[in-house]
Design a protein around this ligand. Structure first.
Ligand code: FES
Length: 101
């Protein structure tokens, strides 16, 4: 089913698991790929700003508004969006997270 906003720490994700979580109040999409690498993107679609949803079958971020689709790394697979989702370096997220605690 559809992923709901959670407070999962992306570090705790298993391989091939995605989560929608917040860092410093900003909504982020996180996915740990089958090689164990973590990918963090902003879930705001770069078309006109709807929130993308995780598609676990295709491992993509899909926008419900006008059908744009993005890879788990945030790159455009299908328009109308032309720009990739904003991508984050996990180390930066980690630093932001630890500053909070
Ligand atoms: Fe995402 Fe239009 S806002 S496709």
């Amino acid at each position: 089913g559809k992923l709901e906003l959670s407070n999962i720490d992306p570090k705790t994700l298993s391989n091939d698991q995605a989560a929608i979580t917040t860092v410093k109040g900003e909504r982020k999409g996180a996915y740990r790929d089958t090689n164990g690498e973590l990918h963090i993107v902003d879930t705001t679609c770069t078309h006109v700003g709807c929130e993308v949803e995780w598609n676990s079958g295709d491992r993509t971020w899909d926008c419900p508004c006008h059908g744009s689709r993005f890879s788990f790394t945030g790159d455009v697979i299908e328009g109308p969006a032309e720009k990739p989702l904003q991508k984050y370096d996990y180390k930066m997220i980690d630093n932001l997270t630890s500053e909070d605690s």
